[in-house]
Design a protein around this ligand. Structure first.
Ligand code: ZN
Length: 105
């Protein structure tokens, strides 16, 4: 996968996770302001990440480029929406898992 493609794929996953998190946690039809802010922040981090070529996903990255506040927010999103992703977007999650496994070899 190319660097640009990985960035796009990661943004797609983050967006889906935040949307699902907001829908079920904040009960908003549209992304609420703080979730929108978080998504924008996450996308900026993805764009700026110098480790995109070697790492798998921001949540498993050893370099924590997220600010403390945003990091705890995104962790909460991951925790609450990852099992939902398994039901609604198994292919996406599978692809994600497969690419991380390949990289760990
Ligand atoms: Zn929200």
């Amino acid at each position: 996968m190319t660097d640009a493609k990985k960035r796009e794929a990661e943004k797609q996953v983050v967006e889906l996770m935040i949307k699902s998190y907001c829908k079920h946690t904040h009960h908003e039809k549209q992304l609420c302001a703080s979730c929108q802010d978080l998504l924008l922040y996450a996308c900026q981090r993805i764009d700026c990440c110098p480790f995109m070529a070697v790492k798998t996903f921001c949540s498993s990255c050893k370099v924590h480029c997220y600010s403390l506040e945003k990091r705890s927010q995104i962790r909460d999103v991951m925790k609450k929406s990852s099992w939902r992703m398994l039901f609604h977007h198994p292919i996406l999650l599978l692809k994600h898992g497969l690419s991380s496994r390949r990289r760990h070899k």
